[in-house]
Structures are given as structure tokens and as C-alpha cells.
Write a protein that binds this ligand. Structure first.
Ligand code: F6P
Length: 326
């Protein structure tokens, strides 16, 4: 039987769009590794840093108090060079030059593909779900999603205040790529009148007719949250105004959703998943995507995790609609 390779040094990188909680995950990885006598190296700027050998030792003292910080101390990038075989081979050479016995990646689906590529080239790799979008089907929640939703809700409160004062309609565009989860959760928690998502068909003319009817009955303010994957908030606001004559303003929340201190929920999730990633590597396990189902930390084959179709939470959507229709 082949002897399990001892893990002495691991690398960690963040990749793709940053997300609140990446630092909390980095901290957990370094600290849990340290407890097991493993040194951690930070690969700066995602897969690009791996290709370029931008790799630094992460002393526990550097990460001890970073869990509350937004962004990622390791920086991040979207790296098209790493999609090419040449880039991947160069990255593997660098991992070998730095004696990395394993790597933990933190990011979204692109990062997961990168992690799978490293595994195929014999670099043991574990990946953590780091994206505000919550668009990875194998895990109930991704790191950063809770913070993004909380941030959106705070903005909605402010936007509603001024829309009500001016008898206006407010359209709030949120991120999510092709996934409507940020809009759905913020829409429900923020009591939005309409939630426009890529997962659900909608008829803007029906909505316009309803908005006009409501205004005529003395309720001129309605709040609409629109996922970027479904429509552009600015265009929607213009269309509503042209069809109804109602004063309609739009706000694109943009990068405000990706920054800021992570919520307690995201910090705890990041810590638990980071710990699990190190445990997998020390047990000789590779090629796993770590996530959470219910309140249980789970892991599965990276490609299988990527292929799992995302299931839309129709029940939550129906509930959100019920809560504002009466
Ligand atoms: O994946 C996170 C995300 O913020 C998406 O919601 C958004 O569509 C995209 O990244 C924006 O990416 P970039 O920062 O590269 O413009």
C-alpha cells in the first residue's frame, strides 16, 4: 500500500471576485495548519500569483486578527492564463519549487475549475466556496452571501425612506451574476414589493399596471429589487416611468455588496470550512469542494459539485410575494 504523503507545507489563494469572509477563511486555514505543524504560504493574486511565484509565508501573527476585515489580504484576480495548459503547468512548477504539499483555493465556480485542474496535475487541492452570489449548488451557502444580503437590506432601508418622502418608485439592482439568490433573500428580508430574478419569468407591463393602480389608490411608493442577471435597474426604471408616468428612480448597488466587514455568520462559516479543508489535506484527501448542508460541513468531488444543478427556492419566492401582496 502506498504511504500517505506527509503534509508539511500548504498554499492558500483567493480567486475570482472577492467576498467578505475570505480573510476569515485564510485565518482559519493558517491557524489550523499551524496547530498540525504545517506551514502555510499565501499565494498572492489568485492563480496569477501561482504562475508568477508570488508566494509568501503566512505567519500566524499576520492573520490572527483579520477575520473581521473585508476583501482579501492575499488579493485576487480572474486569470485567463490559468485556463491554458501552459499556465497550469507553470503554476504546478511554482507549487513544486515552494514545496507545497497541498493547496486550498477560495472562490466561485471558476476557482473550482482551477482547483480541479491542479488536482489533475497532482497537486492535492481543496476548494472553498467564496462568492457573494450563492450560485454553487453543492452548498447551501457560500462565504460572503450573508454579508452581501445584509448590506443590501441596509441600503434598501435608506432608499425606501427617501422614496416614500418623494412618493417615488425605487428600483434597486443587486449583483448575483446569473443567480437570483441575493435579490430573493434581500427581497424577502427587505419587504420588497417586487422581486425580479433570472429564475422567474415576469411581465413588466403587468407590473406597470399594478404600480399605477396602487398609486391611484393612494400608495405611490413601491420598491423593486432586480437581480443583475434578470434586467438592468436603470432601464427598468426608465421603462416604468415611460409606461406609468410615475416618478421612478434606480440605484445600482454594485461593489458595495462585495466589500465590508463579514457578518458573524460568514466568519463562522469561513472558519468551519477552512478547518475542514486543512483536515482533508492532512488526511490525504484531495479534489474536494467543501460546503455546508443544513448545519453540517460537507465535501464532495469538485467536478461533481460543479455539475450539480442549482435548485431555485420557489417556496421562499412565493412566501416573499405573499408577505407583500395583502
Ligand atoms: O461573482 C461575484 C460578482 O460580484 C458577481 O455578482 C458580478 O456579476 C461579478 O462578480 C462582477 O465581477 P467584476 O468585479 O469582475 O466586474
Amino acid at each position: 500500500m502506498a504511504k500517505k504523503k506527509e503534509i508539511r507545507r500548504i498554499g492558500v489563494l483567493s480567486s475570482g471576485g472577492d467576498t467578505p469572509g475570505m480573510n476569515a477563511a485564510i485565518r482559519a486555514i493558517v491557524m489550523v495548519a499551524e496547530e498540525n505543524g504545517i506551514e502555510t504560504y499565501g499565494i498572492r493574486g489568485g492563480f496569477r500569483g501561482m504562475i508568477n511565484g508570488d508566494i509568501v509565508h503566512l505567519d500566524p501573527s499576520v492573520v490572527r486578527t483579520i477575520a473581521h476585515k473585508g476583501g482579501t489580504i492575499l488579493k485576487t484576480s480572474r486569470c485567463p492564463e490559468f485556463v491554458e495548459k501552459e499556465g497550469q503547468e507553470r503554476a504546478v512548477q511554482m507549487a513544486q519549487a515552494y514545496d507545497l504539499d497541498g493547496v486550498v483555493t477560495i472562490g466561485g465556480d471558476g476557482t473550482m475549475r482551477g482547483a480541479a485542474a491542479l488536482c489533475a496535475l497532482n497537486i492535492p487541492t481543496i476548494t472553498l466556496p467564496g462568492t457573494i452570489d450563492n450560485d454553487l449548488s453543492y452548498t447551501d451557502y457560500t462565504i460572503g452571501f450573508d454579508t452581501a444580503v445584509s448590506g443590501v437590506i441596509n441600503e434598501i432601508i435608506k432608499i425606501r425612506d427617501t422614496m416614500v418622502s418623494h412618493d417615488r418608485i425605487g428600483v434597486v439592482e443587486v449583483m448575483g451574476n446569473r443567480c437570483g439568490d441575493i435579490a430573493l433573500h434581500a427581497g424577502l428580508a427587505g419587504s420588497m414589493d417586487y422581486i425580479i430574478l433570472p429564475e422567474m419569468e415576469y411581465d413588466i407591463d403587468v407590473m406597470c399596471a399594478e404600480l399605477k393602480k396602487k398609486a391611484l389608490k393612494g400608495h405611490p411608493t413601491s420598491m423593486i429589487v432586480v437581480a443583475e442577471g434578470a434586467a438592468h435597474g436603470n432601464e427598468m426604471a426608465k421603462y416604468i416611468n415611460s409606461r406609468t408616468g410615475l416618478d421612478t428612480k434606480s440605484v445600482v448597488l454594485g461593489y458595495t455588496q462585495r466589500g465590508g466587514s463579514p457578518t458573524a455568520r460568514d466568519r463562522i462559516l469561513a472558519a468551519r470550512l477552512g478547518q475542514h479543508a486543512v483536515r482533508l489535506l492532512t488526511s490525504g484527501v484531495s479534489n474536494r469542494a467543501v460546503g455546508v448542508r443544513g448545519d453540517v460541513v460537507v465535501d464532495m468531488d469538485i467536478m461533481e459539485a460543479l455539475e450539480k444543478p442549482k435548485v431555485f427556492n420557489r417556496e421562499l419566492y412565493d412566501l416573499a410575494c405573499t408577505l407583500v401582496r395583502q
